[in-house]
Design a protein around this ligand. Sequence first.
Ligand code: N7H
Length: 467
Amino acid sequence: RLDSTNIQGDILSGLPKKTEIFYFFRITNDEDFRRRFRNFAPLVKSVDQVAKDRDEIQEHKRKDERLGTKPHLIPLVGVNIAFSHLGFKELKIDDTKLIDTAFLRGQRLDAANLGDKGTGSGDNFVPDWEPAFKEEIHGVILVAGDSHTSVNKQLWQIEEIFGDSIYKVTAVRGDARPGDLSAHEHFGYLDGVSNPAIIGFDKNPLPGPAPINPGNIIVGQEGDASKADRAPWMFDGSFLVFRYLFQKVPEFDDFVDKNALKVPGLTHKEGADLLGARLVGRWKSGAPIDLTPFQDDAELGGDPKRNNNFSFAAERDFQKLCPFASHIRKTFPRADFEEAGIPTESHRIMRRGIQFGPEVTRQEKKEKKTMHGRGLLFACYQSSITNSFQLLQQGWANNAAFPFTEKTPQVPGLDAIIGQGPGRQLSGIDPNNPATELVLTQDWVIPRGGEYFFSPSIKSLKDTIAL
Ligand code: N7H
């Protein structure tokens, strides 16, 4: 059984959030930092505490409904922390048994592998990132909550605890989108639908992909391929990948409009929506096109008992229902793998991102051009970055030949949303002519920074990090 009091809350429960700050810091004085850390550690919420917070939120929601009062959020914050390889080095903590080569090199040196744009080559490659993310970053503090007021207040307290022992490299704030769009990302699609259920943690997994062994997400647990090699302090931790991803929303909308699929019986707008759905693999409502290929079904999209219960099994080696290179099929190919006898569980990730930036303005819509930065603060947890995030981005999304199909000569193409590199095109977009390739005329997701971190257990925060 997992010890939910020992694992940081964001990893398995997801910190409840309407807003979240990722606060990137450098340690300026390691001894001072470790002494002060004793006062910081009690602020860090475990999976168990976050689950209780979620129960409290539900209880308030029910009460509002019972009394007929206007729904309101209760003031609530959650804090988590993670360190980069350079952070552990600064603290003189030996992290070599974390083994992961991507983590040990850091994301800046991995940017070229991920397909990020930049100049130079090899270890001299300089990604086209925000300047702060090209600096040395030792750790990230996550502060999530119901409102800017709660989160800011908590952050001030944290800054006071650490004083001069840390230097703020940068802080980025994410905010859920307003009103009914709060669970949708900026292109408009429902997000946070599909995350792996964990054996020994999720008591009532929803219908969908089989629950996975905890060690695919949590280091040292059953299913962690490097379990035998880890040092004891690494147990119950998890690698956190952060990516600062900007989205070109008016440009995406314009492309989808100009290339609307022409299907008898569908209006131009419906043809455009169908194209968008085939790029993502889901309709904006969240309904998977594997289950409802030609029209949206909002009820299905919003029903957690049905909206993840599909596997592409009906069309392994075919892409009439869902293109191979649609974002969700590329990043989790389900039966494309499993029917070939290849387990996918070691490549799953637990996604915990949040949107940032304002809604698209009237002027941006009119000019079909992004004028304000917006996108996704992408965050995900796993027990191996090389086998999960890095492989998903480099080996799958950016690889035109993936998934490796046996019976069709059609080349899948690049992931329509996050695929990077030359040859941004994909097949399977026109259900009636799946071999026809659609050229994606520009990138809609632009990486502008990131880092690889390790989020230690609650016990290790107290015994290994704090003095
Ligand atoms: Fe993706 N999008 O709006 O198109 N993603 N994603 N993602 N993503 C998913 O299933 C999106 C990114 C995964 O289990 C949905 O919750 C955008 C990166 C995985 O079926 C939508 C960005 C990586 C899944 C989006 C972005 C992934 C997934 C459907 C960047 C990893 C689950 C909703 C700005 C390298 C697949 C859902 C499954 C789902 C979008 C980034 C991976 C709508 C806009 C960088 C594994």
